[in-house]
Design a protein around this ligand. Sequence first.
Ligand code: UDP
Length: 496
Amino acid sequence: MIEEVDVRDNVTLADYEQYAQFTVKVRELKQVAAAHVPHLTGRRVWMVNSTSRGGGVAEMMPRLITIFRELGVDARWAVIGADSQDFFGFTKNLHNLIHGAGTATITERDREAYVAVNRENFESFRKLLAPNDVVVIHDPQPMGMGAMIKKTLGNPTVWRCHIGLDDHTEETRTAWYFLEHFANAYDHGVFTAPEYIPSFFAGKASIIHPAIDPTDHKNRSLAVHKISGILHNAELLSTVQPVLTEAFEDPALRLQPDGSYLPANQPEQIGLLYRPIITQISRWDKLKGFQPLLEGFARMKRDITTYANGDERHKRRLEIMRLVLAGPDPGSIQDDPEGLETLGQIEATYRALPPEIQRDIAVLTLPMKSRKINALIVNALQRCATVVVQNSLQEGFGLTATEAMWKAKPVLVSKACGLRQQVRDGLEGQILRRPKHPEFLALALNSMMQKPWQRGEEGRNAQRRVFDAFLIFTQVARWLEVLHNTVLKVNGNGAK
Ligand code: UDP
């Protein structure tokens, strides 16, 4: 059964306008809305996905819907329901296949489970749908339902795909071969990068980049005392100064040389507010490239004299700089054996390092129980970094890079497709062509650390790039354009 989600988010555009820098963004958005929204009146716009909790899509949706509504679009959010394990097993595999992983066979039973769930949801959704309503289907799970709507009822339909791989493999071909049949019914497709558009969407696809909300807890600006307060509350820093709030229920934990985890200011403080810090924050996933980064950093530390190449000041910088690798508390990823395995490998590599290098590396696990606290810790850590790294071997987009760039941090990123959408080599940071090789990481880190002036410029460019292209305002504006164009395509000019 499909279910409409009650959206309660009381943010208004006036809240954004309070910030001097967003006034112009809101004004632009209202201008864009004035051009498109009149063509959407008299219709509802349904955003449909497979879950109302967890995951990036569900997280962004309430805010997106709320802004749409304030701009005059009657936006709704619905999630499909399913109680079939076969369906979820299959759609999880489908998701993996689009990323080039998973099992490259799709059985008749898979297809039946997929069609049955989509048909069931179609039958309940059609009771809610008016003939003019626009339907936006997110990701593969409900894609079949959108095709049924188009074929049976003729509503304007858009498919928003949040995933992709810039390569063709047996796995991706298997997934797209299965989905093509449904995709063909749609009026339009929306993807995160041009590289992700399958051939059968050619000529009817747009790019909408993911975006961040600059006012949420992960991205809002933090005063210095606030940063130190958050770090103190998370036990990432200890201070003898009084702090306003009590310690967080769960502290951040730091891997110790004996393999145990203790509060992160053990065995000694990291020096987050005082030293040059290199930071990567990600899920513990082998594709995030933690391992080569760890090895590259250790390599640089082992051979500081060579890397410093006679520059005394830089030598001192290399001596005192530290690496922070942070990810979710393992208790929160018990259902993710691959994540636990990746963390296990990082732990083993760390433990095999000599003590003087271990001292300069902090492997941190961050509390995940409270979204707000986790977001504030990530925010504070990103703000303490000199350079933020995202060394992913594959990356759909990489919001961690966007978040760091918004904080005016120069970024060192791999050439993975999603990161390439955001970072231009030498402008917002550096792009690593060989993210699997520690020696190249060591060289790139050394070169970025050696040039403070360039780092500053890259950081400023990075912030401007996010301001121009990856804030929520741009995302909403692009959606309005896509929705208007889709309606035009289906109904022609005058028709409502
Ligand atoms: N993240 C977090 N806490 C962590 C690790 C990651 O909140 O301990 C967040 C990170 O800030 C970002 C998101 O998880 O907002 C990851 O999104 P991204 O697009 O970088 O990669 P994904 O995890 O979706 O592959």
